[in-house]
Design a protein around this ligand. Structure first.
Ligand code: PGA
Length: 241
């Protein structure tokens, strides 16, 4: 596991954008795994700036997002469909047919999970996966538990995650209690992973992530079994290392 410590959020975001851009430059038809949340917003802004300055072309890129809330329509402003469209896709030239997110509103959720997993497989696999990390060590919405899902599945969110994410909703009661998340094996079979973390509230999770054990109660520790993981973190997130 490689660890890059940047001075602050802006520098972390810039470094992540440069890594993603070099992936797309080397392989224009790259399949990217994308994340939501506050952390990658700066990276998306940097990528949009690069696109506007003709420094990156997404026309052949495909994307797969990690997760989506259960029961939210794509038009709901708290949905990850809305987040991705609003914060990234509408500003760059990714072909709409190459954009993939799980449908949290699907009638048959388990069928939707299986179909999403198959779509990832049929894409040839994810070249570069961007990850955030929960303060509790969750990856995607793979929450701390004695058992973790191997493949894309419907998951129950923990109280900690519901509280953390309530800032995106009018009130805590509005936060869905379930979500679709790609599984741990889905994440671990991607070719390369960059994990971004900013701020002291992520320091404990980052310390655990680089510890010398793996445990499903801290899902991020499983990243230690992957050969190509780079943590791009700021000084706050690195403060317990
Ligand atoms: P955050 O979420 O970027 O909003 O902190 C990260 C995550 O929960 O994976």
């Amino acid at each position: 596991m490689r660890i890059i410590i940047e001075n602050n959020y802006q520098e972390m975001s810039k470094k992540a954008a440069l890594m993603l851009a070099s992936q797309v430059t080397l392989k224009p038809e790259s399949v990217l795994g994308l994340a939501t949340g506050s952390t990658p917003l700066g990276m998306y802004q940097e990528l949009i700036e690069m696109y506007k300055h003709d420094e990156i072309d997404f026309s052949e890129v495909s994307t797969f997002n990690l997760d989506e809330y259960y029961g939210l329509s794509p038009q709901n402003k708290a949905s990850y469909h809305y987040y991705m469209h609003h914060n990234f896709f509408k500003e760059v030239n990714i072909a709409p047919e190459n954009i993939h997110l799980p449908d949290g509103n699907a009638k048959d959720i388990l069928k939707e999970c299986q179909a999403y997993e198959k779509l990832i497989d049929h894409s040839g696999g994810i070249d570069l996966q961007v990850l955030g990390i929960g303060a509790n060590g969750h990856i995607g919405f793979n929450e701390p538990a004695s058992k973790l899902n191997v493949k894309t599945n419907l998951v129950e969110l923990t109280e900690e995650t519901i509280a953390d994410n309530s800032r995106f909703f009018a009130k805590k009661e509005d936060v869905p209690r379930k979500a679709i998340s790609v599984g741990m094996a889905t994440i671990l079979k991607t070719n390369r992973i960059i994990l971004l973390a900013s701020g002291k509230n992520k320091a404990r999770a980052i310390k655990e992530t680089v510890s010398d054990y793996v445990c499903t109660e801290i899902p991020s520790t499983l990243l230690q079994t992957h050969p190509q993981v780079t943590l791009i973190i700021d000084k706050g997130a690195a403060s317990l290392l």
